[in-house]
Design a binder for this molecule. Structure first.
Ligand code: GLN
Length: 280
């Protein structure tokens, strides 16, 4: 029988060539899959590096590697993804949280006044709403999504992480009547419907309505910019994530709609990623 290390090394090579990952990424992925399959952590994998793998463990690992080889995202295979230092349960019904979105969280934390009423639109796994509540327990956080399976996952995450967030099934603001908020945040779908990225990598497996939004990708953003005005208290902030090449257009949308103090922030990769403004 091969050792754990030999098995992980050859699996990583296979994934690297099949999926076009670099070897380092591929090794991290194989370790994550082994940890999940064996129910062990990284320290265990390191300690048992030279052990022979039992036939059962080898078969378990091979099945997981095969799913990954077919393109299934690691986050869906292991059922979780880290966001802002916490583990969130994820599945094919929700977008996999991205590190870029942590920047939206920081932009919101920086601007949210004490005890602000915050609304997260299209909460998916709940990662934004739950993180805001845990980082700032003074905030009153409401989160909406139109997808019932997404809300199930978001509620499970809030329960597991002990975050008090009110989840509501709603297509954008539809179920919110005339409720007012001091801050509205969203990581809306913003990819153009015909963009080739939608048929590549992890994105192929994620909910398309969480990713794509009309011919230029801005359908959801246009609706949010327009409709948020009826739900923002005086001085309230709207902040949302967008594509790296949508910064200028989105700034124009916000200004034309009458938002003040319009800002644009870059993500850690230096790409324009979060825009917003406030209603005075
Ligand atoms: N709010 C969730 C996230 O940022 C889901 C966003 C979405 O589905 N577009 O990951």
């Amino acid at each position: 029988m091969p050792s754990l290390r030999q098995t992980l090394d050859s699996a990583a090579l296979e994934l690297a060539s099949q999926l076009g990952l670099d070897r380092h990424e591929a090794r991290i992925e194989t370790a994550a899959l082994a940890g999940h399959g064996f129910g062990v952590n990284r320290a265990w994998l390191i300690a048992h590096d030279r052990d022979e793998l039992s036939p059962e463990r080898l078969a378990t690992l091979q099945a997981l590697i095969e799913r990954r080889r077919q393109g299934e995202p690691v986050a869906y295979i292991v059922g979780q993804r880290e966001f802002y230092g916490r583990e969130f349960k994820v599945g094919p019904g929700v977008l996999i949280p991205r590190p870029e979105t942590e920047h939206l969280v920081e932009a919101a934390l920086k601007r949210a006044p004490q005890n602000a009423r915050v609304l997260d639109i299209g909460t998916g796994s709940g990662c934004i709403a739950i993180t805001l509540k845990l980082e700032r327990p003074d905030l009153a956080v409401t989160a909406v999504d139109l997808s019932a399976p997404a809300l199930d996952i978001a509620r499970a995450n809030a329960a597991a992480l002990d975050a008090e967030v009110a989840f509501i099934a709603s297509n954008l603001f539809a179920a919110l009547d005339d409720r007012q908020f001091d801050m509205i945040v969203s990581n809306p779908p913003y990819i153009p419907a015909a963009d080739a990225h939608l048929t590549q990598g992890d994105l192929r497996f994620e909910p398309q309505n969480a990713l794509a939004s009309g011919p230029d990708g801005l359908d959801a953003i246009r609706l949010i910019v327009a409709q948020a005005k009826c739900h923002l208290a005086p001085g309230g902030w709207l902040l949302f994530e967008h594509g790296y090449d949508q910064g200028e257009t989105v700034q124009g949308l916000l200004k034309t709609a009458g938002y003040a103090e319009v800002f644009l922030e870059q993500d850690l990769a230096g790409q324009p990623r979060v825009s917003g403004g406030r209603l005075l």
